[in-house]
Every structure is written in C-alpha cells, then in structure tokens.
Design a protein. Structure first.
Length: 199
C-alpha cells in the first residue's frame, strides 16, 4: 500500500517547507516520509492527520476515503443525557466530558461547567460508543506524576487508531508510554489524549 502523505499535503496546497514548519519537523524529514525512505513517529503521523484533516488510515494507504465515516455535528441539549462519560467539543472550552447525572461537563482540570455555560457542543461521528470512557476519575495535567500508571484514552475521530492506542501507560518526565513503546507527549495532554486513575 502506497502512503498518501504527499497527496494529503497537496490537497491542502501546502509546500513541503510550509507543512514541515507547521508539523515542527525539518523539510528533509518530511521529504523522506513522503518518498517512503523513512517512517514518521506515531506522534508525527497523528500530527499530519490533524494538519491535513484526514484519517491516519488514509495517510497509510489503508483507505481511499480521506475523512473516513466520521465528521462533527452539533449536539442538541437533550442528546447529552445519553452521552454520559463521552467527550464533546466546545469552541470556548475545548474537550469536555459529559456528566449527565450532575447536568454538567467536566473540564480536564477537574472543574465542573454547567451545561448552560458551555455554548454550542459538537460530537465526533461515529462517537465513542464502541468503547465508552472508563468509569474512573479523569486526571488533570498536574496529577500526571512520573512513575504512576494511568489508563489512556486517545482523542481522535479514527476509531481504529483509538482502539490500537488505548490502554495502560506509565508516566515519565515528558511522556506517557505503554509496554509496546507507544508514546504520548505530556505537552499534548487533553488535546490528543486523556488519562484516568487505576480505580
């Protein structure tokens, strides 16, 4: 399967230099990925998918549909009752978790936000129904101390990628890593992943 890194970049009318700058890598690195001489890290693959607005399956040549079967749509307030424990997106507040019982939304720092103050909310479709978030407490960034183990839930519209990356990770100084070497930088917490307590 041929990769579609170059095709995805060209769809957005970006030069290699422009795309590399936005990805935080060198033009030479991006060029070697596009020519399939080298492979990007998992974090860089996710970064390309986000920059180009496509799925990782599309970039890797496993799908011809750039956007998969997912998209975003605005949520009606009454839908929140059936989305308990699931993430929603707010333009004002970023990713939030629905707490239907308390009629509020939980921010990554643990603060509660009344539903009325959230503004318009969006869900990724299909939502996380295939694997709802664990019934554990979500951790704020300050609680991610080196040496602890946490359950990680990736934030992505790509269901296959979420399923592959979710699970138990150990926290290190600047990243979280699982037993097969998948890593999430701590700097991307709440943007690309969420962490939950062991119990």
């Amino acid at each position: 399967m041929a990769r579609k890194f170059k095709e995805a970049r060209q769809m957005h009318k970006l030069t290699i230099a422009e795309a590399a700058e936005r990805l935080g890598v060198s033009s030479a690195a991006l060029s070697t990925w596009e020519s399939e001489k080298k492979s990007p890290t998992l974090d860089n693959l996710i970064g390309m998918a986000e920059l180009y607005g496509v799925t990782t399956d599309y970039l890797l040549g496993r799908s011809n549909e750039p956007h998969g079967n997912s998209g975003t749509r605005a949520l009606a307030p009454e839908e929140l009752r059936v989305r308990n424990g699931m993430p929603v997106w707010s333009e004002r507040h970023g990713w939030l978790l629905v707490d239907a019982a308390a009629s509020c939304l939980l921010r990554p720092d643990g603060a509660k936000l009344p539903l009325l103050n959230a503004g318009e909310l969006f869900a990724l479709e299909p939502t996380y129904a295939a694997a709802p978030l664990p019934q554990r407490s979500m951790l704020c960034r300050e609680e991610l101390k080196p040496g602890i183990s946490v359950w990680v839930e990736p934030i992505s519209p790509d269901a296959a990628l979420r399923n592959e990356l979710r699970g138990w990770y150990r926290i290190y100084d600047t990243f979280a890593e699982n037993d097969v070497g998948h890593r999430f930088p701590l700097s991307s917490y709440t943007a690309r992943w969420l962490a939950f307590t062991e119990e």
